[in-house]
Design a protein around this ligand. Sequence first.
Ligand SMILES: [Zn+2]
Length: 108
Amino acid sequence: MERECSHCGFQFERAPGYFLGSTYINYGITAGCTTATYVVLHFGFRVSNQVLLPGLLAFCGIFPVVFFRYARSLWLSLDCYFDRTGAEEAWGRGQSEPHSSFETETRD
Ligand SMILES: [Zn+2]
């Protein structure tokens, strides 16, 4: 993972263990999808546990590995949205002004 934004120099990992919270997002989405799929297929469509178990176990093993960087991105976005403490200091080392949420990539 990149340490900072190549455009504005925003430092992504602002403290040691900063992305620990992203594991909660990753776990929550994995558990939620697994539970919802099981309930719908088992109780709605009467699919047996012998058929469901291998697929859901494979999903629980593969999905978090594929999704972890998106969970980190979500965690960083939520943190910057709700608590900007530290975000202002993370800028200023870069080459240009920070990104604005209303900015488009069409300028330059
Ligand atoms: Zn940036």
